[in-house]
Design a protein around this ligand. Structure first.
Ligand code: GRF
Length: 185
């Protein structure tokens, strides 16, 4: 199944997906980021769709650009790997139930952009990561896999996030494979 990965960050989850041997047909990035280099090094086409962050940002038009890029590469499954733009309805219409996401918390706890900071601030002793089907409601779609990660004394946002990401890099590719093979849900 041809996969389109959406990324905005360091691309370490993208790297783990590529290492798993999954069929990544294209990587779409919404800003200058290291994920672009990860894709290029693996010989995967990259579509750069830089976005704006002001009030002028047209989310609907931007979503259409992303859908067009995915369609141009015959993508059948969309995998968000640290993508920093919330996309609008057209992508869910084009890929119903076929958009996956990984979130660095145990959903439904700590949804949103600041989940690691908020888990740390709340003083929880366990957090983790969640792989789920993305829906129009952010961080709310059906859960496919979860794994707990301990919060350790002296943790910073960076150290905790890295501990979570080391689990994501194992859990996400394995879950994507199970999803493609119909083992889950
Ligand atoms: C991951 O923790 C993911 O859950 C979150 O962004 C991070 C992406 O990291 N949405 P990377 O760019 O794959 O290293």
């Amino acid at each position: 199944m041809r996969i389109g990965v959406l990324a905005s960050g360091s691309g370490t989850n993208l790297s783990s997906i590529l290492d798993e041997g999954l069929d990544v047909a294209v990587v779409v990035v919404d800003r200058v980021c290291r994920a672009t280099d990860v894709a290029r090094r693996a010989g995967v086409p990259v579509v750069e769709l830089p976005r704006t962050f002001g009030r002028d940002f047209d989310r609907l038009a931007y979503t259409h650009q992303v859908v067009d890029a995915l369609a141009a590469h015959d993508v059948a499954l969309v995998v968000m790997a640290g993508f920093g733009t919330v996309l609008d309805k057209p992508i869910h219409d084009a890929y119903p139930g076929r958009i996956l996401n990984t979130h660095p918390a145990l959903l439904p706890a700590f949804p949103g952009w600041h989940s690691v900071e908020e888990a740390l601030a709340a003083g929880v002793k366990l957090t983790g990561c969640t792989v789920h089907v993305a829906t129009l409601d952010v961080d709310a779609g059906p859960i496919l896999a979860q794994e707990a990660v301990p919060v350790l004394p002296g943790d910073t946002v960076e150290s905790l996030h890295e501990r979570i990401k080391s689990v994501e890099r194992r859990l996400y590719p394995a879950t994507i494979r199970q999803f493609i093979e119909g083992v889950i849900p």
